[in-house]
Design a protein. Sequence first.
Length: 347
Amino acid sequence: MSFLQRIENADRRWVFLLMGLAVAVPIIYIGLTGKTLPEKATPLAESAFEVLDDLPSGSRILLAWDFDPASEGELGPMATSFIRQCSQKGHRMYFIALWPVGAQMIRSTTTKVIGGYYPDLEYGRDWVDLGFKAGNEAVIKTIATDFRQMFPADARGTSVSAIPMMEGIASLADFDAIVNVSAGYPGSKEWVLYAATPLKKPLVVGCTGVQAPLMYPYVPNQVRGLLGAIKGAAEYESVVNGWVREDSIRKTLVAGGMAESEAASTATTLARDPDDAGAWSETAAAASLTPESKAAVIALAAAPTPGIFLEAQRRMGPQLVAHLLMIGLIVMGNLVFFASRRRGGGR
């Protein structure tokens, strides 16, 4: 029996075994090594990052978490990266939810990111949880003109008049950008129709793969940045992680006495290739820093990214290998089919 005939008559259970290995091996490898596959960000993911990055520190960002635990695997990494970028940039974050379980998602993501990595951020001055409000798109229509009618108090029951960062917030027009992480209705489309379009506010959307095609027509006018499914989350995650490392190095260099322009270029170099940190520490520029600052820069360049900010990239590993296997099997199946026809074995 020839090789092609063996392939043609192979037991389908071998295909199931290969697919199981294609999923299991990347999971085991990534789990043991902590390494993830590189991600090339698309313009949509880069635009999502740039909307928040271009705003000055202290800008007011409304973050609407319209998803639940069922879609957290796909949308959770987006939510954590949005918070990380806003926290690192110094934006003021206002969290709301139009989904009942969205309030739980707010507590979960803020606890993990702000509580774990930005403990210096003060509740009520740097971020606030305004909780869930029932009413679907009616909530958006109302807060477009009267924010406090729908949100008179935060999720803890504190009156918004007693929360310092709520001063000057009367409507959606007072926010500098809107970020929506959505798993369905109400969600991205409602924010486009009743907020981004009439108010001309920058809107960044992170949504499930099913929703993403519905959002493409709104790019780039109403939707300035779009993250679709776990792939979009992985791309945005990689951009934010690289920028946070670079920004942290830059701030440390400036605090150590280096000029801003030189610190920016040095931070970019070290963030892209952490292996250069050892050689850089022997340069004249590094010699001008205090030993403490120099050690901090080297540590930042070499420090691994916390696992919480790699979840999307980790999940892309088995997905990529499984998809490559499927493509390979399709190609092989067609080759076998046409070879069989050529031998006269089929029509």
